[in-house]
Design a protein around this ligand. Structure first.
Ligand SMILES: C[S@@+](CC[C@H](N)C(=O)[O-])C[C@H]1O[C@@H](n2cnc3c(N)ncnc32)[C@H](O)[C@@H]1O
Length: 335
């Protein structure tokens, strides 16, 4: 009996060590949009992420205060919570929505099925578009296409709602991302974004350990940088296309259980090991340190889960605003 326990312990330690070595030897650093597309193509083709995370490549919402919940149910709940928080549940069926960085279309399908919206989902990964199309019943008003969030192929003012979950950290130019999100929104339309953010480091710069953790979080999942909640809200407002101010919220507490739950899925669903074999097991173990670092970073305040809501100003309101800005500038230069 003792021998079996010792053997199991030794095997677990060896696997852990192997995971750590692979983790440090093969980071998936951001290089360009192509490297992001390649990462998501791989994650889609091997099916492991979908097996454990389901149709939603985003964190779950565990309630306020958070309570124990099924991992996949928490992800679906997230979409409904975001709809309510954004006020989208008051919009009529037929509302047009652009889902920016749509993954394999989990949110897009809920928005079409449960709210009657006409949804267009875009992602930079061709394999995600293929899989999203496979998963979508023909009677749902959802279409998917490859597109770059930094240079969207849609004309100005195309959609009633622009929606995006956890795509922002992949954008090297956050100001351009903010502009594109608002450019394709119709005047009076609503933008709702949910994203991983870093704490605002303009007053207190990141210390040595925080920099080290952030670097791993960036390098492991093809992220060029995380914005801060405050910084991204300012970038949205700086486009001059926001009516009033951007509303933000911090959903770190509501989403925090997702990180350890992601690891827990690997333990409570051992059929994944049979399905994906040794390679699958190694690939899954390789992600464990990033999940733990994410939990650490979000739990310690280094990272924050940011929510953003903005209404697109109509052009006359925008010109009045820019005219009053000019008048304010002129009068300050006169005085
Ligand atoms: C973490 S996943 C989130 C997917 C989806 N929103 C969901 O919640 O299931 C990030 C998504 O952003 C997409 N993405 C990253 N960079 C992009 C870009 N420049 N243009 C369009 N999509 C991009 C990825 O392809 C992926 O679908």
């Amino acid at each position: 009996m003792m021998n079996i326990i010792l053997l199991t312990l030794a095997a677990s330690l060896a696997l852990l060590l192997l995971g750590l070595i692979l983790y440090l030897l093969f980071p998936r650093k951001y290089q360009s949009g192509d490297s992001v597309a390649r990462s998501y193509d791989d994650w889609t083709n091997d099916g492991i992420l979908e097996f454990y995370w389901g149709e939603h490549i985003h964190l779950g919402h565990y309630g306020t205060p958070p309570r124990k919940k099924d991992f996949l149910k928490a992800k679906e709940d997230f979409v409904h919570e975001m709809v309510r928080w954004g006020g989208l549940d008051r919009l009529p069926p037929g509302t047009t929505v652009l889902d920016v960085g749509c993954g394999i279309g989990g949110s897009s399908r809920i928005l079409a099925r449960d709210y009657g919206f006409h949804v267009t989902g875009i992602t930079i990964s061709p394999q995600q578009v293929r899989r999203a199309q496979e998963l979508t019943p023909p009677d749902l008003s959802v279409q998917f296409q490859i597109d770059d969030a930094l240079a969207l192929s849609f004309p100005d003012a195309s959609f009633d709602v622009v929606w995006s979950i956890e795509a922002g950290p992949h954008m090297p130019d956050k100001a351009q991302f903010a502009r594109e999100l608002l450019r394709v929104l119709k005047p009076g339309g609503i933008l709702v974004v949910a994203d991983w953010n870093q704490r605002d480091d303009r007053c207190t710069p990141l210390n040595f350990w925080e920099k080290l953790v952030m670097q791993q979080l960036l390098d492991q999942w093809s992220h060029p940088a995380f914005a801060s909640i405050e910084g991204f809200a300012e970038l949205l407002e700086a486009t001059g296309w926001v009516e009033g101010t951007v509303i933000t919220a911090d959903w770190t507490a509501e989403t925090l259980p997702s990180w350890l739950d992601s690891i827990w899925q690997g333990i409570v669903r051992p059929e994944g090991i049979i399905r994906f074999g040794l390679i699958g097991l190694i690939k899954s173990l390789r992600e464990v340190p990033t999940f733990l670092l994410m939990r650490l970073a979000f739990g310690a305040g280094l990272c924050r889960f940011g929510m953003f809501r903005a209404v697109r100003a109509n052009d006359s309101a925008q010109s009045i605003q820019s005219m009053s800005n000019q008048i304010a500038q002129m009068s300050s230069s006169i005085h």
